[in-house]
Design a protein around this ligand. Structure first.
Ligand code: FES
Ligand code: FES
Length: 80
């Protein structure tokens, strides 16, 4: 599988709503970052589901190289 595209080298802070489901873009090609817009179709990637348990700010990975998808785990700091 090809490498994901780095959408940005920092997380996206998003105010999520309790009870709502979000689909994080894993391929990096969505035009609606950090969420999936269907652009992954030819990439071999599929979006990752995130269910908000509380209403708060969540930091979604923008570099797409996190090991804790869909959330930022700091890996963006070690990207070339
Ligand atoms: Fe990237 Fe859907 S557009 S996973
Ligand atoms: Fe990807 Fe932080 S933005 S790990």
């Amino acid at each position: 599988m090809a490498e994901p595209v780095v959408a940005q080298k920092s997380p996206y802070g998003v105010e999520v709503e309790a009870g709502k489901t979000y689909w994080w873009c894993a391929c990096g090609q969505s035009k609606r970052q950090p969420f999936c817009d269907g652009s992954h179709k030819t990439t071999g990637f599929t979006p990752v589901e995130y269910k908000a348990e509380a209403s708060r700010t969540v930091w979604f990975c923008g570099c797409k190289h996190t090991n804790k998808a869909p959330l930022c785990d700091g890996t963006h700091n070690s990207l070339a």
